[in-house]
Design a protein around this ligand. Structure first.
Ligand code: NAI
Ligand code: CS2
Length: 479
């Protein structure tokens, strides 16, 4: 078990934030910020961690080590080992049941519920931005509201109990990589409540706030090799330890109804409008990440840092950021996008962060709209070319076909992987294949699939990719 030697008493912390989604990212970001805040102030803001499905062992391990774990920041210069003490308690739906989780959300001590459940966890249609009531786990919860299993169902039950018990309101804060993640969470919760209890929906509208956030820190999923490294650096086995880059950023819309930690004391930016920061990060960082994930994977590179060893792929990612993403953004004064792009390339080059292209390629159907397609739409409206974006979309199409350039199978992970595979393999030729994939409205909406320039650009990029392969297609792009 990691040793706690930070300069605050853990007993001063109360689990005032219930966090759903105790995964890799939360440990190295929000939980660490709370730990540092307790070290520099007399903050009593601690976390109660909740996992709804998956991560059972992680919660057991966390309990076995009194909720302590290690975060290792690895820059090019070497590691910094930190023990995080901000977690006070934990629940898992599988062994604690939904009542314990609902009660925790409805606890008078709870002030904020925060969430990192991946883009697909909200049951939101990314184009209508409303709850998809036919989404399998949303539908299940709407039919069994008394026994919720989804994050949305559990939160709505918790809020219902708060309303019934006349408790103070709370704030629900998404920390997932989606633009206007507060607004989307708001829609998901209120739409769900409308279906089960319209009076509750009204109460939520009047009382609950949904601050948006921009979150950033590269935290790869822990591999066996990384676990070994953690154990060596900690000096003993820490199954909850995690490795991340030194960089971190958190921009939060300052909209909390029952108080919040003094995050600004540990470098968090509290702003009135977070959308420009979300769009900057999603398009420049995540957009170039997805570009590198699909083209890098198809080129045979396992990690983002390996992609950076290929000068052409590196330059193409940089051009994507500055030529096709930056122009679509409207940033407040003082934000230098060229400097931001340089910083991103430096972060990607960090040889000590083993971030797999395969991991980033996951769930593309949930990521493409905010990372690449909103920018494509911008270019179409401004009559400008977007060859990098078109090639990234083409590479995604090739990738979801699940066969790489050497004829090896690709393990495609995506909530609609079966549909993607079926569309890819049932098309009679390349043009029909591209059109068939672009016709998925939940990913591409209704404008892009009928826009001649968009469809033609992706078809041409896809045909080049099939003919000459990913490396050559990238190299042609930068010539
Ligand atoms: P992870 O796979 O380690 O953890 C995912 C967590 O989400 C797990 O606790 C899992 O139980 C939960 N989850 C997954 N699907 C769910 C669902 N349908 N309903 C409820 N819970 C669900 O992933 P990680 O690295 O923690 O990332 C999670 C999210 O955090 C990302 O998708 C992204 O939106 C955001 N993020 C991640 C960063 C990173 O570098 N890892 C950086 C910035 C944001
Ligand atoms: C990545 C992100 O997995 C992905 O899709 O693009 O998790 C990325 O590492 C983070 O957003 C960095 O903050």
């Amino acid at each position: 078990m990691p040793t706690f030697h930070n300069n605050y008493a853990r007993s001063q912390l109360k689990p005032k934030i219930v966090h759903i989604g105790f995964g890799a990212f939360h440990r190295a970001h929000q939980a660490l910020f709370a730990d540092e805040l307790a070290s520099v102030t007399d903050s009593d803001w601690g976390y109660c961690e909740v996992n709804l499905f998956g991560g059972e062992q992680l919660i057991e391990d966390l309990r076995n080590q009194q909720h302590l774990f290690t975060v290792i920041e690895k820059g090019p210069q070497g590691p910094k080992v930190k023990t995080v003490g901000s977690v006070c308690e934990s629940f898992h739906l599988t062994f604690d049941g939904h009542e314990a989780i609902i009660n925790k959300i409805a606890d008078p001590e709870t002030k904020i519920v925060s969430i990192t459940i991946t883009e697909k966890g909200y049951g939101i249609d990314l184009h209508t931005e409303r709850l998809d009531i036919n989404h399998p786990f949303i539908k299940t919860d709407l039919d069994n509201f008394d026994q919720p299993k989804s994050a949305v169902g559990c939160i709505v039950q918790g809020l219902k109990r708060r309303m019934e018990n006349h408790l103070a309101p709370i704030s629900i804060m998404s920390c997932d990589n989606m633009p206007e993640n507060g607004k989307k969470t708001h829609h998901a919760i209120v739409d769900f409540a409308h279906h089960v209890n319209p009076a509750l929906a009204g109460w939520i509208e009047e009382n609950i706030s949904f601050p948006s956030t921009m979150v950033d820190r590269i935290v790869p999923a822990l591999t066996e090799a990384a676990q070994q490294e953690v154990d060596e650096l900690v000096g003993e086995h820490d199954p909850c330890g995690i490795i991340c880059e030194p960089f971190r950023q958190w921009v939060i819309e300052d909209n909390f109804v029952s108080g919040r930690p003094e995050w600004e004391k540990v470098g968090v930016e509290l702003v009135a409008d977070v959308l420009p920061f979300e769009e900057m990060k999603l398009r420049m960082l995540n957009g170039s990440h997805s570009f590198l994930a699909y083209l890098g994977y198809l080129s045979g590179y396992e990690h983002i840092a390996d992609c950076m060893q290929d000068p052409q792929l590196k330059l193409a990612a940089y051009h994507l950021m500055l030529q096709e993403q930056a122009p679509t953004l409207s940033m407040p004064d003082g934000v230098d996008l060229a400097q931001y792009a340089d910083c991103l390339i430096d972060r990607y080059c960090n040889p000590n962060i083993k971030h797999r292209t395969w991991q980033i390629a996951m769930d593309g159907s949930q990521k493409l709209p905010q990372r690449l397609l909103e920018s494509a739409t911008w270019h179409i409206h401004h009559n400008r070319p977007f060859p990098h974006i078109a090639l990234a979309v083409a590479a995604w199409i090739k990738y979801v076909g699940a066969v790489d350039e050497q004829g090896q199978a690709i393990d495609v992970r995506d909530p609609i992987a079966d549909m993607l595979y079926q569309r890819f393999h049932s098309s009679s030729n390349e043009v029909a294949r591209v059109q068939s994939l672009l016709d998925i409205t939940s990913v591409f909406g209704s404008e892009l699939p009928t826009n001649y320039d968009f469809v033609e650009s992706v078809i041409q990029a896809y045909q080049r990719l099939e003919l000459v392969g990913a490396k050559q297609a990238v190299s042609e792009l930068i010539q």
